[in-house]
Design a protein. Structure first.
Length: 176
């Protein structure tokens, strides 16, 4: 009897500790409105600098929609090129700590191309003690269609405003 009660208690404690500290998945729509509605909410785009600049990132489009995203979307690469390989960025957490001045209560939404690297980044932020961590499912470009193009889901496909580091701005209803 004692063993069963102890096992149940330990199981409950473990479940609570994981549910309290683990990151959560969030849709593009929920991410958009969270960043719009909360001053302390940010999208951490964990893609490479090249992806940020050439593919685009959440931001103001040609119509001016999304201007509020200025300063709310931060590019901090999860993977960096080192010795001819992409490796986890050893500076990722220290850079985030510097940017957020160790504000562990900031709402941080990780995003990558399709939602894979952002999971690893969310787990690292969670392990570093950040308490409001979310992973944007499907990412910026989303999944591939039958022809191999990323047109199934994602920030761009769902019609949220975006721009590029080159200064290009894209209308919500365009996929260029």
């Amino acid at each position: 009897m004692k063993k069963t009660v102890l096992q149940s208690t330990l199981g409950a404690l473990i479940a609570v500790s994981f549910s309290v500290s683990a990151y959560q998945d969030i849709s593009q729509e929920d991410a958009f409105y969270t960043v719009m509605d909360y001053e302390n909410a940010f999208i951490i785009d964990v893609r490479t600098d090249a992806e940020w600049e050439w593919v685009g990132h959440p931001g103001e489009n040609r119509s001016g929609f999304g201007a509020f995203l200025e300063g709310k979307v931060i590019n901090e690469s999860w993977k960096v090129y080192h010795n001819k390989n992409f490796v986890d960025n050893p500076q990722f957490i220290s850079d985030i700590n510097f940017l957020f001045k160790h504000n562990k209560d900031a709402i941080l939404i990780t995003m990558c191309r399709s939602g894979v690297r952002s999971i690893a980044a969310a787990e690292a932020l969670d392990a570093a003690g950040y308490t409001n961590v979310y992973n944007m499912i499907n990412g910026f470009e989303g999944d591939r269609d039958a022809d191999g193009y990323r047109t199934v889901n994602g920030w761009k496909v769902e019609g949220f405003p975006y721009t590029t580091g080159r200064g290009d701005k894209y209308d919500v209803d365009r996929n260029d």
